[in-house]
Design a protein around this ligand. Structure first.
Ligand SMILES: [Fe+2]
Length: 261
């Protein structure tokens, strides 16, 4: 199908689906124009891509990977910064975290989905919010790159992130408030994996302490297979509660994916 024909089919099917909503809900002309003015405000705020992500991105991601297996991908989100520092010891905080901040030691492997073999030297690029749900948006705190060892194994030590709210002051938040819906993201750690310099997986790992696992506003983002299982660990002097968890990343390499497509 040519690009134009594909666009036409997408437009026609989308409009047909929405016509049914107009019929079922008996949407008035006034309500249609109210929606139009809302989309004008949304566009002026630059938030159109974010609203599409909120509503459809996880559906798109899941549809794209149906036949490929491996760890479920997830959104990159707006707070990625390239060139995060290398963390040879796997510790994401170069300054001491707050004394009551919970600390996570995460271990596991990076494995090739096709061969089942570990991927030595795979690079994990990680970033996340702190124990209060705040990102270091400019600096390296709770950001870093770590490398799997010769057996594909990695070790990460970091603060356990908290839930955070977004869109408090933009038209997406306005829509959420009007609908009586929350604007909180479930606590997560972003992970981008590179193998031999090429990005092979972008995902998020979720924290069971989150209070909004069932209501994360990114539709479909939270799934059981990305939910860490935290276990209590022995105390460390001067640090908050200690937890351990394990997670194996199963990576489908692009070359293999492209050959299958
Ligand atoms: Fe995030």
């Amino acid at each position: 199908m040519s690009g134009d024909a594909r666009l036409r089919e997408i437009y026609e099917r989308s409009v047909a689906a929405l016509r049914q909503v107009v019929t079922d809900m008996k949407i008035t002309e006034d309500e249609l124009h109210l929606a139009g003015h809302y989309f004008n405000r949304l566009g002026q705020s630059g938030m159109c891509p974010s609203l599409l992500d909120v509503a459809f991105a996880m559906t798109s991601i899941d549809a794209s990977r149906q036949d490929f297996g491996g760890t479920r991908p997830n959104l990159e989100g707006p707070y990625y910064l390239p060139d995060a520092p290398l963390r040879a010891d796997g510790v994401l905080f170069e300054k001491a975290p707050a004394p009551d901040a919970p600390i996570l030691t995460l271990t596991g492997s990076v494995v090739d989905a096709e061969t089942g073999k570990p991927i030595p030297g795979a690079e994990l690029d990680l970033w996340h919010a702190d124990e209060n749900g705040i990102y270091d948006r400019e600096g390296p705190f709770l950001r870093g790159r770590i490398h799997a060892d010769q057996n594909g194994r990695y070790l990460l030590r970091t603060v356990v992130p908290n839930d955070y709210s977004e869109h408090d002051t933009d038209p997406i938040g306005e829509l959420f408030r009007a609908m009586g819906q929350g604007n909180t993201r479930a606590a997560h750690i972003h992970v981008k994996i590179h193998v031999d310099g090429a990005e092979q997986l972008m995902t998020q790992l979720f924290i069971p302490h989150s209070r909004v696992l069932d209501t994360d506003y990114v539709v479909g983002a939270v799934s059981d297979d990305l939910l860490l299982k935290l276990e209590d660990a022995p105390p460390v002097a001067g640090q908050g509660p200690q937890y351990t968890a394990k997670f194996d990343f199963v990576v489908r390499r692009h070359a293999a994916r492209q050959a299958a497509e």
